[in-house]
Design a protein around this ligand. Structure first.
Ligand SMILES: Nc1nc2c(ncn2[C@@H]2O[C@H](COP(=O)(O)OP(=O)(O)OP(=O)(O)O)[C@@H](O)[C@H]2O)c(=O)[nH]1
Ligand SMILES: *[C@@H]1O[C@H](CO)[C@@H](O)[C@H](O)[C@H]1NC(C)=O
Ligand SMILES: [Mg+2]
Length: 396
């Protein structure tokens, strides 16, 4: 059968188009995503693909100041690297420490503070101190900071966690996970060993650092009056925090005076990028700073408003009856009570906690692919909340 040439050509084109669509749908590559679903209207292109340098303004460098480990007159400020960790995680922690020492701390020698609900072993102390010239401190978390407060009903915890577990919520039935989230929300900065410390950089075993950072990051926070620094901005699993936003609204109606003028409310309540998330979380976008990385000023957490907010949440019980994470709690508090200009995106700190990355385009980085956001299943791309953050808050 003879088919006219133009028709044959048209047919071939259609087949190619269909193959193209199928390929696009089943293999959304990183570059296609950057111009497609992930970035939407908040970002024209991923800022991590632009050449990334150091932040603007005065930076303190190890060449110009005394940062030697034992100096009593060093240029170091009142700050520490802070790690909640178990003895069993020693091997993973050592690798993470080596990363951060190589890329940053061997120049500045900020002390490390390790915390644990159980005493650290001698082996743990020996092997961590061997990674750094800086001072290491080993602290026990007091029971009253760790265990469930007395108004929490253990039977109700069991029942409600069973339901979460059936809904496939990761770690819902692990008491230690709930305790860890509560401790990171409202307890870490109350540890007596930190009474004389203002800034902390939170570190977890297994995370990786990719870029040389050649300025004193803590000084940067202080000099530029920053309260909080983050690298990754994500959506949360709404099932873990169904009553967190309603409780937050109740708190706000009792304390409208705590709301900052230049707050980040739009980022917190967006319902356009992922309407279902907002609905399931009862009005909260679920967007948050991923708190396994954070560089913060503990004066914020020690403030009257944060303390009142944490106590309200703690009484409500959601750290145990639901699975509220410290990430949404910190993020909502910052988003409501802090001026948006005081939160800083450390785009220049190459970072990974499985399965997400912050990887800038910079000659100072190696071991990660600039702009790569996730590794693993493609649905992870949807978890990126930076488009909203950049749209509503900015890229600072
Ligand atoms: N000492 C101590 N540290 C804990 C406990 N639970 C968690 N941590 C630490 O708290 C941090 C976060 O815990 P993870 O289990 O990694 O939680 P996560 O990052 O949400 O989960 P993953 O995705 O599995 O890494 C890590 O630094 C752990 O070492 C605990 O019961 N005791
Ligand atoms: C460090 O910061 C803490 C908390 O802000 C403060 O109480 C303490 O006096 C400071 N110490 C020094 C040496 O500046
Ligand atoms: Mg972790």
């Amino acid at each position: 059968m003879a088919i006219a040439r133009p028709i044959r050509l048209l047919g071939a084109l259609c087949i190619l188009l269909v193959i193209g669509v199928i390929f696009y749908v089943s293999h959304p590559t990183q570059s296609l995503i950057s111009v497609g679903s992930r970035l939407q209207d908040g970002m024209k292109s991923d800022p991590l693909l632009d050449p990334t340098g150091e932040p603007e303004g005065l930076l303190w460098r190890a060449e110009d100041h005394d940062y030697s480990p034992d100096s009593t007159e060093s240029a170091r400020i009142n700050a520490t690297l802070l790690v909640l960790v178990r003895n069993e995680e020693l091997g993973d922690l050592v690798k993470t420490m080596e990363d951060l020492e190589r890329t940053w701390n061997n120049k500045f020698n900020y002390p490390w503070t390790f915390m644990n609900d159980k005493p650290f072993s001698e082996e743990f102390k020996r092997k961590t101190q061997a990674v750094t010239k800086a001072k290491c401190h080993y602290e026990l978390v007091p029971k009253e900071h760790w265990e469930e407060p007395d108004w929490i009903d253990p039977e109700l915890v069991k029942e409600s966690n069973k339901i979460l577990e059936e809904a496939k919520i990761q770690y819902a039935d692990k008491a230690s996970y709930h305790r860890m989230c509560r401790w990171n929300s409202g307890m870490f900065y109350k540890h007596p060993a930190l009474a004389n410390t203002r800034y902390y950089w939170r570190v977890e075993p297994k995370v990786q650092f990719f870029c040389n950072v050649d300025y004193d990051v803590f000084r940067y926070m202080q000099d530029h009056k920053k309260t909080y620094g983050f690298t990754i901005n994500l959506f949360d699993a709404p099932e873990t925090i169904t009553s967190l936003w309603p409780e937050t609204e109740r708190f706000l109606s009792e304390h409208p005076e705590y709301l900052a003028d230049n707050n980040m409310m739009e980022w917190l309540v967006d319902d356009k990028l992922r309407p279902e998330h907002n609905k399931k979380a009862n009005g909260y976008s679920t967007c948050h700073f991923w708190s396994n990385f954070e560089i913060g000023d503990m004066e914020f957490f020690r403030s009257e408003k944060y303390e009142a907010y944490f106590n309200h949440l703690d009484r409500a019980g959601g750290f145990f009856y639901e699975r509220w994470g410290d990430a949404p709690v910190h993020s909502i508090a910052l988003g409501l009570f802090e001026d948006a200009s005081k939160v800083h995106w450390f785009r220049d700190i190459g970072y990974r906690h499985v399965p997400y990355f912050n990887c800038p385009n910079s000659p100072k980085c190696s071991g990660c692919k600039p702009g790569k956001f996730y590794e693993g299943a493609d649905f992870l791309a949807k978890e990126d909340c930076r488009p909203n953050y950049f749209k509503y808050v900015g890229t600072h």
